[in-house]
Design a protein. Structure first.
Length: 159
């Protein structure tokens, strides 16, 4: 078994949808990024890559490559899961936190959880997504952006 941690942050911007865990969340701003800027999917992907010793998403999906411009981060997460499988690993469980002062995310978390579980090939009970605010402190508290942390456990398969 191996443990990984991932972290991502994106600033708010107008004119883009807010996508978290593959869910389009109604809000007046989206997140700025080369891909769809899904901070939750990015944190999960980095946690999985880290656990497998495979670097980070910037190494595999660089923002200097137009192939990934506007990319669906859930598809990129699926590619990360394929990389793990190719190295003899499978996802065991994921625990992730989205840090956002606004919007409130509780109504969207069940779908985010299902989306991540589906892409990672685990039952929804093996994925936990939660959200918290920063009580008005820091860049997320000041409504400048959203961040996310993820921790995962992966298993080494007998090949």
């Amino acid at each position: 078994m191996r443990i990984g941690h991932g972290y991502d942050v994106h600033r708010f911007c107008r004119g883009r949808p807010l996508i978290l865990g593959g869910v389009t969340v109604p809000y007046e701003q989206g997140l700025l990024g080369h891909s769809d800027a899904d901070v939750l999917a990015h944190a999960v992907a980095d946690a999985l890559l880290g656990a497998a010793g495979l670097g980070d998403i910037g190494r595999h999906f660089p923002d200097t490559d137009d192939t990934y411009k506007g990319a669906d981060s859930m598809l990129l997460l699926g590619r990360v899961v394929e990389m793990l499988h190719n190295k003899g690993f499978s996802v065991h469980n994921i625990d992730a936190t989205v840090i956002a002062q606004r919007p409130k995310l509780k109504d969207y978390i069940p779908q985010m959880t299902r989306n991540i579980a589906d892409v990672c090939g685990v039952l929804p009970g093996y994925v936990n997504v939660k959200a918290t605010t920063e009580e008005g402190l820091g860049f997320t508290g000041e409504l400048l952006g959203i961040s996310s942390h993820a921790v995962c456990l992966i298993n080494e398969n007998n090949l």
